[in-house]
Design a protein around this ligand. Structure first.
Ligand SMILES: [Ca+2]
Length: 176
């Protein structure tokens, strides 16, 4: 679906800004965790959201990916798929420096795979350099299982956050 639209934009001679994926192996389809780092998560083949692999942990442990720092105002989306059978909560952290980070709690949406959009948790300014996602412990009598798949951070060096909305598309059509 993407190609015809991009070709159309190219044909009109407009500047072409294509968001790029900042994370590597966000779908875990390499079959190993690298370049993710962790203190307990493992690769799992149990009902991944997509493909053959996802990441899994039991308990309150983290999985993290570092990348070359980018202007956070040009990050257009942070999304991931998460499955937590016990439907409790989990944590997410965004790093803007080695020890400069924000921690937020996200409540699980349901026992099955759910897509989460964490874009709203980003700061308006700064250099984003890592994301870290936590499991949890407690919350009920069942095992504290967490599954993670299809983690994505999209970055567009040509667009600011407010421009990188559907308003940009509308403006393009209005220009005709
Ligand atoms: Ca996968």
């Amino acid at each position: 679906m993407r190609s015809p639209f991009l070709l159309l934009l190219t044909a009109t001679g407009l500047a072409l800004a294509v968001p790029v994926e900042l994370l590597e192996n966000g779908d875990f389809e390499s079959g190993v965790l690298s370049p993710w780092t962790t203190n307990s998560w493992t690769i799992s083949t149990t009902e991944p959201h997509w493909g053959a692999y996802c990441a899994f942990v039991e308990g309150n442990y983290w999985i993290r990916q570092d990348f070359t720092p980018v202007d956070v105002s040009k990050v257009v989306s942070v999304t991931f798929w998460h499955r937590q059978p016990e439907v409790a909560l989990f944590g997410i952290e965004f790093y803007y420096g080695q020890s400069d980070y924000d921690f937020d709690i996200i409540h699980a949406q349901g026992p099955d795979w759910s897509e989460y959009d964490a874009t709203y948790l980003l700061r308006p300014a700064g250099n984003l350099e890592a994301v870290r996602i936590w499991g949890y412990s407690g919350g009920g009598p069942d095992p504290d299982y967490n599954y993670l798949d299809d983690v994505s951070i999209m970055y567009d060096e040509d667009l600011s956050l407010d421009q990188a909305t559907f308003g940009t598309i509308k403006a393009l059509f209005a220009a005709d």
